[in-house]
Design a protein around this ligand. Structure first.
Ligand SMILES: [Zn+2]
Length: 115
């Protein structure tokens, strides 16, 4: 793993996400107008806002993952599994640059009741 390459990749992702958030925020704030009087139109409008807010939340969470990964890169713990301390497979890091667990531990954590 090349830490500089990883950092560039994470910083690129971060910039893309930040741009997306700015766009979403602008869109959301633009919609601070009163709701349409018509009940159907109002339902469509509210549904649209909910979808946008969901996207906004998703991007915010992703951004915090990336910040976390960058901090781990600084600390020298990037690419190591939080749970078992073994290196995370490069293919996994490529697919999920902010992964904090190896595939084995991630799968175990997702299995209800399993460890
Ligand atoms: Zn692990």
């Amino acid at each position: 793993m090349d830490p500089n390459k990883t950092r560039r990749q994470l910083e690129n992702l971060r910039a893309q996400l930040a741009a997306r958030l700015t766009r979403l925020d602008r869109h959301l704030h633009h919609r601070d107008e009163p709701l349409p009087a018509d009940a159907n139109e109002r339902a469509i409008e509210l549904e649209g806002r909910e979808i946008l807010e969901g996207l906004d939340d998703g991007a915010t969470v992703e951004l915090s993952h990336i910040d976390h990964a960058l901090a781990r890169l600084d600390a020298g713990t990037y690419g190591r599994c939080d749970a078992c301390g073994k290196p995370i497979a490069p293919a996994r890091l490529e697919a999920l640059p902010w992964a904090t667990r190896c595939i084995g531990c991630a799968a175990a954590a997702e299995r209800p009741g399993g460890r």
